[in-house]
Ligand binder design. Structure first.
Ligand SMILES: [Fe+2]
Length: 237
């Protein structure tokens, strides 16, 4: 399954195109937050796939104008063509307002998901706005906004999803984070710098749906140093 991950910055080349071919290819589009609701509506209008989204810290605007035609997967596990997607939007609390959480509040959200996590036997893709602590995040004590959540690490280590898609850490911020990194069998992708296409192997989706998860050794390796061998294609804006 071809998946397009988007976050934070609207791709103007796509948005200004009458027939954006980038939106015809994916089987699924995932928005990791902080995108104009009109852009998401544009995407779902021209795509042949659904658009699943969670909220970024700037998405209070969705309360007045939710992206019509798109599916909110916040605090939920949604299964699409056998792939289980868990959505947890928001970032580390740094100011008053919605879609910001302390570490304790994020932990509480995840605790409330225990029945869904048990019912679905975990998840295959973690879709968040903020990164996990220590992965693509800021270690500047004065940059609380861009700190990652430690509880995401616990979630990933316990359920070993194939992908963690996040946004929030823009490429033009002074955070020396890679776009992709690998942690055990989870490929972590920062989608905030543009559009990121990646492939989720169909047979794996079917196995996930039937509860059979492949051993780690069978999983393809992704590496920043060998992008030509990677199933992840990044287009920065
Ligand atoms: Fe953000």
């Amino acid at each position: 399954m071809k998946i397009l991950a988007i976050a934070d910055q609207e791709n103007q080349r796509i948005w200004s195109s009458y027939k954006p071919k980038e939106l015809r290819e994916p089987d699924l589009i995932l928005s990791a937050g902080d995108l104009d609701p009109d852009y998401l509506q544009f995407c779902v209008t021209y795509a042949r796939s659904p658009v699943f989204y969670i909220h970024g810290n700037h998405d209070e605007r969705y309360q007045q104008k939710p992206p019509e035609g798109c599916v909110c997967v916040e605090d939920d596990i949604v299964v699409y063509q056998g792939i289980r997607i868990l959505g947890l939007g928001g970032c580390m609390r740094y100011r008053p307002g919605a879609y910001q959480y302390t570490e304790r509040q994020m932990r509480r959200r995840i605790r409330h998901l225990w029945l869904k996590l048990r019912s679905y036997g975990g998840f295959d893709i973690l879709l968040t706005h903020a990164p996990a602590a220590g992965y693509h995040d800021s270690d500047d004590p004065n940059d609380r906004c861009h700190h990652g959540f430690a509880v995401f690490n616990e979630l990933i280590e316990k359920y070993q999803p194939r992908f963690h898609i996040h946004g929030h850490i823009h490429m033009n911020y002074n955070i020396p984070a890679p776009v992709i990194s690998q942690r055990q069998q989870t490929t972590v992708i920062n989608a905030s710098g543009g559009t990121v296409h990646f492939v989720y192997e169909q047979e794996r989706a079917a196995e996930a749906a039937s509860g059979i998860i492949q051993p780690v050794s069978d999983l393809p390796a992704f590496s920043q140093t060998e992008p030509e061998q990677s199933a992840v294609h990044i287009e920065t804006i």
